[in-house]
Design a protein around this ligand. Structure first.
Ligand code: PAF
Length: 279
């Protein structure tokens, strides 16, 4: 496993990828968990070379968000990746990614402005910009991304398509703790009571899935039932929506491929989750 600390060095390596080799890339903000490791393992099975980037991207955090506290531990990340035989870890600095005078931002209109984008203005501009930069530096064939960040994947697929970038996203299923909580680096912020309360996201999804199977296809009534469950666990709802799986627009009547998608605050920690209605 080689650690690459500069974009120039990474580009020098990626410039020599032959068109016949499959290059797999997993962009991360570090503090890796089993979800990230599952993306890396899949990339190792399917690709000839695997690169993981670790970069806590300041551009995707709002002024009142957790950039300063975001968990960082490179030694821990490297030891978790050790057994997986990652080929390169790209670990750039903020100054390197956004040097003085930096001026270019990528905006994927529409799909970036709803759901998490409505609550976190500018967030997806930061995500799209850093991911396009990383893709330009790494030049991957395949980019492995978890569906926990469902909207992020949709935004980035749109960007890659619109800008003719020859990288394909491999969507990978959400990895959950045994009790159903979706894995996230932000779960680290939860104290033991909040860790129990956080189950309300997965439980609310399950409730909606059961109701759908019992014949309730009305988004509004399911949102009310899910809200009651979440509020009963002291969760504070940012949004709960039933959306089209491709353009993420609200649906009027729920079908089996409709996506349930939600964001909930447990204390100060904002958690997200989603699932197809018929999983
Ligand atoms: O999902 C994440 O960890 C980040 O949004 C990403 C894709 C690494 C961009 O900073």
């Amino acid at each position: 496993m080689q650690i690459i600390r500069t974009a120039a060095e990474m580009q020098e390596i990626s410039a020599h990828w032959q068109p016949t080799i499959k290059v797999g890339f997993i962009p991360t903000m570090g503090y890796l968990h089993a979800g990230h490791l599952s993306l890396i393992s899949r990339a190792k099975e399917e690709c000839d070379v695997v690169i993981v980037s670790i970069f806590v991207n300041p551009a995707q955090f709002g002024a009142n968000e957790d950039l300063g506290n975001y968990p960082r531990d490179l030694d821990r990340d490297l030891s978790l990746m050790g057994p997986l035989n990652v080929d390169y870890v790209f670990f750039p600095t903020g100054e390197m990614m956004y040097p003085a005078g930096y001026k270019t931002w990528i905006e994927v209109k529409g799909i970036s402005d709803i759901l998490c984008g409505a609550s976190r203005p500018g967030h997806f501009i930061g995500v799209a910009t850093v991911v396009l930069k990383l893709v330009n530096i790494v030049r991957p064939t395949l980019m492995y991304m978890g569906e926990k960040d469902y909207q992020q994947v949709a935004v980035l697929e749109t960007m890659l398509r619109d800008l003719n970038v020859p990288t394909t996203i491999v969507r990978c299923p959400i990895v959950r703790e045994e009790d159903g909580l979706a894995m996230s680096s932000r779960n680290k912020y939860l104290d033991s009571d909040q860790r129990v309360q956080a189950l309300c996201l997965a439980n609310a999804i399950r409730l909606a899935q059961k109701q759908f199977l019992a014949g309730n296809h009305d988004p509004q009534s399911l949102i009310e039932l899910m809200s009651d469950l979440i509020i009963g666990e002291n969760g504070s709802i940012d949004y709960i929506r039933f959306v089209d799986p491709i353009d993420l627009a609200d649906v009027q009547s729920i079908k089996s491929d409709t996506r349930i998608i939600l964001a909930v605050y447990i204390g100060k920690t904002r958690l997200i989750d989603n699932s197809a209605v018929l999983a």
